[in-house]
Design a protein around this ligand. Structure first.
Ligand code: ZN
Length: 587
């Protein structure tokens, strides 16, 4: 039974360990805090509670237990995430049976897409070595790629007017072929989007082909490069080219480059820790991916202005996600591919050794825009330095260091800088805090009547779960009739059944049964706060049961039942209302 697996897994893994694999956590009081991995923010509003084994972000509202966290951050289905955690906890589980129908259908589609990509991969690779496609082989030679290297990276070729679609149609449904994103329909005919292109298969970290990149072999048409669109198994912002090989490198760091050719050329020279971003934007997901294997990253993007800007942004993202980031600048070559061909491996490695710490790189970039001998420019420089250099640094020691540096560059007294910066930052912090507070208040008061009733039910359910295992009287005090919202009522019933079967349902396990994102957010928001004593919990239960919202709902239900002529229900509701009223007067 899947519930048993969930119980075992949640009892054995600690959510603090799980989250720490992706985000650096900082202890604040009894909880842990971090920058939210699910939305962009500068002040941390993402919390993890070790006692309840849950997480919640007050910025974007996401919340849940360890399974939800892995689902979200790895983009997995429930069963897949459970499997990952079961492996981590060294629990042997047979997952062949108990998947939900939705999970099963999705897993099957993913499997078929992977198999289809593998078939395409083999097809493209075969084509590269055919006599009729000699132009492609010539192009590879021209770019200085050796045969072993082409094999290692699985390079291939996609000829014009090929019959790939027809071949695939014998084995796969039209739906799956369409979902692969490899074909484009034009005038009722299906064309491969990579026709006439050299093929770079894109592997995931398990060495499965999940997408393709294609480059034209004569420069007669545009665009030069084309990638697979995002599909069920492929997302550009979550994949790094070459990571399947680079993850096993013995080096302590990764070198991040922009293009397929950069990755391939450097690997060919024996630099085996190189990965490429597909398109120039590096994302937070990429940081998580890199951080799974190593703590240090050297950025080596193109030397043009676009590359410099990308270095600036990417450096920030990597640094804010706790990675040690350095920047390499290559002179007299437009990219690493050209550089290593012109100057060789040793020159490249020397450059890497002299790579600059990312913050120093940023300072160099910013200061090059100002003439610091003029006071108005100096003032503007200080402002930009505050915002782009000092603000993002959360480590006090590091910040101190860079205040000293600013003082050296500008000849302004260190204390004066510190004073001005603290003033600046406090104003900014206050503004952010008040915005967040406003958002929360707004959310609360914006609840519709329906949502308020639901919130009432959720609060009741959460107290029940917290106490049902500890107190028999609380276990008996709550019944199905106490819930107004249908889905919460169902949730309650299934939890009650599990408790009756002797399972210890913890708070974080309760969350496993919740599908609704809004309910999850509510349940993890700590607004449903715990109660110290059984008496206090009982009192809260009574209050929730007799709450005005509930009365409102009961009255409305009764009116509806009257309209329908459902006398039995009317009687039942009347009795409930009377009971609540009597109880209230009795208090
Ligand atoms: Zn968030």
């Amino acid at each position: 039974m899947l519930e048993r697996v969930v119980e075992q897994v949640l009892n054995k893994v600690d959510i603090v360990d799980v989250v720490s694999m992706y985000v650096p956590l900082k202890k604040v009081g009894v909880n842990f805090r971090a920058l939210c991995p699910f939305h962009q923010e500068r002040t941390p509003s993402f919390y993890v509670s070790p006692s309840k084994q849950i997480f919640h972000c007050f910025g974007c509202g996401v919340g849940g237990n360890a399974i939800h966290f892995v689902m979200r951050i790895e983009n997995l289905t429930f069963t897949e995430a459970l499997k990952v955690l079961a492996e981590k906890a060294k629990i042997d589980v047979d997952f062949s049976q108990p998947q939900s129908a939705k999970d099963r259908a999705l897993a099957k589609q993913k499997e078929e897409l992977i198999s289809l990509h593998h078939d395409c991969f083999e097809y493209f690779q075969r084509q590269l070595y055919l006599r009729e496609n000699i132009d492609a082989a010539r192009y590879i030679l021209k770019r200085g790629i050796r045969k072993e290297t082409a094999k290692q990276f699985g390079l291939g070729f996609c000829p014009e007017n090929n019959n790939l679609y027809e071949l695939l149609a014998k084995k796969y449904s039209k739906e799956i072929i369409d979902k692969s994103g490899i074909f484009i329909e034009r005038n009722g005919k299906n064309y491969c989007r990579f026709e006439g292109r050299l093929i770079f298969p894109i592997f995931d970290t398990m060495n499965r082909v999940i997408g393709f990149g294609g480059r034209i072999i004569d420069d007669s048409r545009a665009p030069k490069y084309m990638n697979s669109p995002d599909t069920l198994i492929f997302s550009k912002s979550k994949v790094l080219y070459g990571l399947n090989i680079a993850k096993s490198s013995k080096e302590k760091d990764f070198v991040v480059v922009e293009g397929y050719m950069d990755v391939i050329s450097l690997h060919q020279e024996g630099i085996d820790n190189v990965v490429g971003v597909l398109g120039t934007a590096l994302t937070q997901d990429h940081s998580f991916l890199l951080r799974r294997y190593k703590n240090e990253v050297v950025l080596c993007l193109d030397s043009d202005q676009a590359g410099k800007n990308a270095t600036f942004r990417s450096g920030d993202i990597l640094y804010q996600n706790g990675l040690m980031v350095k920047v390499m600048e290559l002179e007299n070559a437009k990219d690493p591919d050209e550089y290593i061909k012109k100057f060789g491996k040793d020159a490249f490695l020397l450059k890497k050794q002299n790579a600059m710490f990312v913050i120093d790189f940023k300072i160099k970039q910013i200061s090059s825009n100002y003439d610091l001998s003029k006071s108005d420019q100096k003032i503007r420089f200080v402002r930009e330095y505050f915002e782009k250099i000092l603000m993002p640094i959360s480590n006090e020691v590091e910040r101190q260091e860079y205040i000293k540096k600013l003082s050296q560059i500008t000849q302004i007294d260190e204390d004066a800088i510190l004073k001005e910066f603290t003033k600046n930052e406090n104003i900014k912090l206050k503004r952010i805090e008040s915005i967040q507070h406003f958002k929360q208040v707004q959310q609360k008061s914006n609840l519709t009547e329906e949502e308020r009733i639901k919130k009432n039910d959720i609060d009741l359910l959460s107290i029940y779960v917290e106490w049902a295992n500890k107190s028999e009287s609380i276990r008996n005090a709550v019944t199905e009739d106490d819930f107004c919202t249908e889905d919460i009522k169902i949730l309650f019933s299934s939890i009650k059944n599990l408790i009756n079967e002797g399972m210890e349902v913890t708070y974080s396990m309760l969350l496993t049964f919740v599908d609704d994102e809004k309910v999850l957010s509510e349940l993890t928001s700590f607004s449903s706060k715990g109660f110290e004593t059984e008496e206090a919990a009982k009192r809260a239960i009574e209050e929730l049961k007799t709450n005005n919202n509930r009365m409102l709902w009961l009255r409305r239900e009764m009116l509806e039942a009257q309209k329908r002529g459902d006398n039995e229900k009317v009687l039942k509701l009347q009795m409930l209302i009377r009971k609540i009223k009597d109880g209230k007067e009795g208090i």
